[in-house]
Design a protein around this ligand. Structure first.
Ligand code: NDP
Ligand code: GDR
Length: 343
C-alpha cells in the first residue's frame, strides 16, 4: 500500500486530495496544527468514514518547526509528500509578511531537507501558484514559460518555494515537482477568499441574514476552476516518469464582477451597477435594494490584475483537463451555501 504525507490536510485542497488518495488505495498521513478549537471540519466526514477512517492518520506539526518534519518523514517513510500547508491568503500576507515568509517560504526547505536527509526515494509535490506571475496583462495567458513577478509577500514566499523545489530536483536528483495552480474553489473554500465570500453572502442575503456584500476590486480577473479537478492534477504530476513543473488552469478568465453577477443570477436576481471604482454600487435591478458595496479596506497594496492560464503542457503530458467550468462552479458553490444557510 502506498503512503502519502500531506501538509495542510485540513485545508480546502488537503481535504479533496485525501479523498482522492484514499479512493486510490493509499494510506494517508496528514500534519495538523494544534489549535485552541477543533479545525478538522473539512476532513471530519473522512475521519468518521467506516471504509476510510483506518487508513488516515493525523500528526501534530507546523511548517515553522523543522524537528517534526524530520521525525515524521523517518517514522512514516512516505512514498509521496504533498506540501500544501501555507499561510495562503494574499491580502493577509501584507499584514503578516514575516510569518508568511516563514510558513509559506522557509517551511518548504524544512520539509525538503527532511526528505533529502532521509535518503528515501520520496516524490515531492510543491503547491506553487499563479501568484508567481503577478498577473501582468502583457504576459497573459500565462504558462510554464512566463517570467515570474510576484506582487505580495505571499507571492514572494511562494517564489522561494518554487525555486528551492526546482533546485533540489536539479542538485540532488530528487523527484520534486511544482504544480503552478491557478485559482481553484469549491464549497469548502475558506470564507474570506472572494468566491466563497460572494456565494456565502448571496445565500445569507437570500435568507434575510445579511443586508449587502462589501468587496474590493471588482475588475480583477481570475482563472477559476474547481478544487476537486486540481487535486487529480497534483497526483498525476507525481506519477510521471520524470519530475517536471506544470501549470494547471481552466484557460478562461473572468472578473470578480462577473462572479458576483452570476452568483446573484443563481437566485434570480440581476444586478444594476452605478458609479465607478470605490463609489460603485450594485442594486437589485427589480427592487432597487442595495446589494453590493465597495470599500477601500478590501483593496490590496498591490493588485494582481489578470490571471489567465495556459495548461497546454498538462493537457498534453498528464492528460489532465478541468472538468468543471466557470458557470458550473458558481452554481455548485451558491447551491451548497444556500443548502447550508438557515434563517
Ligand atoms: P487553505 O488556506 O485552505 O489551507 C492551508 C492549509 O495549510 C491548512 O490546512 C492550514 O492549517 C495549513 N497551514 C497553514 N499554516 C501552517 C503552518 N504554519 N503549519 C502547518 N500547517 C499550516 O489553502 P488551499 O487548500 O486553498 O491551498 C493549498 C495550497 O495550495 C496552499 O499552499 C496554497 O497557497 C496553494 N495554492 C492554492 C490555490 C487555490 O486557489 N486554492 C492556488 C495555487 C496554490 P489550518 O487548518 O490549521 O489553518
Ligand atoms: P487570490 O484569491 O488573491 O487570487 O489568491 P482571493 O479570492 O483572495 O482574491 C481574488 C481577487 O478578488 C479580489 N477581491 C477580493 N478578494 C478578497 N479576498 N476579498 C474581497 O472582498 C475582494 N474584493 C475583490 C482580490 O483583490 C483579487 O484580485 C488565491 C489564494 O488561494 C492563493 O493561495 C492562491 O495562490 C491564488 O489564489 C492562486
Amino acid at each position: 500500500m502506498k503512503k502519502a504525507l500531506i501538509t495542510g490536510i485540513t485545508g480546502q485542497d488537503g481535504s479533496y486530495l485525501t479523498e482522492l488518495l484514499l479512493e486510490k488505495g493509499y494510506e494517508v498521513h496528514g500534519i495538523i496544527r494544534r489549535q485552541s478549537s477543533q479545525n478538522t471540519e473539512r476532513i471530519d466526514h473522512i475521519l468518521g468514514d467506516p471504509v476510510f477512517a483506518d487508513r488516515v492518520f493525523l500528526h501534530y506539526g507546523d511548517m515553522t518547526d523543522s524537528s517534526n518534519a524530520h521525525r515524521l518523514i523517518q517514522e512514516i517513510r512516505p512514498d509521496e509528500v504533498y506540501n500544501l500547508a501555507a499561510q495562503s491568503h494574499v491580502a493577509v500576507s501584507f499584514e503578516v509578511p514575516e510569518y508568511t515568509a516563514e510558513a509559506t517560504g522557509v517551511g518548504t526547505i524544512r520539509l525538503l531537507e527532511a526528505v533529502r536527509q532521509s535518503g528515501l526515494p520520496i516524490r515531492f509535490y510543491q503547491a506553487s501558484t499563479s501568484e508567481l506571475f503577478g498577473g501582468l496583462p502583457e504576459t497573459a495567458p500565462q504558462s510554464e514559460a512566463t517570467p515570474f513577478y510576484p506582487k505580495s509577500p505571499y507571492g514572494a514566499a511562494k517564489l522561494y518555494s518554487f525555486w528551492i523545489t526546482k533546485n533540489y530536483r536539479e542538485s540532488y536528483g530528487m523527484f520534486a515537482c511544482n504544480g503552478i495552480l491557478f485559482n481553484h474553489e469549491s464549497p469548502r473554500r475558506g470564507e474570506t477568499f472572494v468566491t466563497r465570500k460572494i456565494t456565502l453572502a448571496v445565500a445569507r442575503i437570500t435568507k434575510g441574514l445579511q443586508e449587502k456584500l462589501t468587496l474590493g476590486n471588482l475588475e480583477a480577473k481570475r482563472d477559476w476552476g474547481f478544487a476537486g479537478d486540481y487535486v487529480e492534477g497534483m497526483w498525476r504530476i507525481l506519477q510521471q516518469e520524470h519530475p517536471e513543473d506544470y501549470v494547471l488552469a481552466t484557460n478562461e478568465t473572468h472578473t470578480v464582477r462577473e462572479f458576483v453577477e452570476k452568483a446573484f443570477a443563481e437566485t434570480g436576481v440581476s444586478i444594476r451597477w452605478e458609479g465607478e471604482g470605490i463609489n460603485e454600487k450594485g442594486y437589485d435591478a427589480k427592487t432597487g435594494k442595495l446589494l453590493v458595496d465597495v470599500a477601500e479596506q478590501f483593496y490590496r497594496p498591490a493588485e494582481v490584475e489578470l490571471l489567465w492560464g495556459d495548461s497546454t503542457k498538462a493537457e498534453r503530458e498528464l492528460g489532465w483537463k478541468r472538468k468543471i467550468g466557470f458557470a458550473e462552479l458558481v452554481k455548485m458553490m451558491v447551491t451548497a451555501d444556500l443548502a447550508k444557510t438557515h434563517a
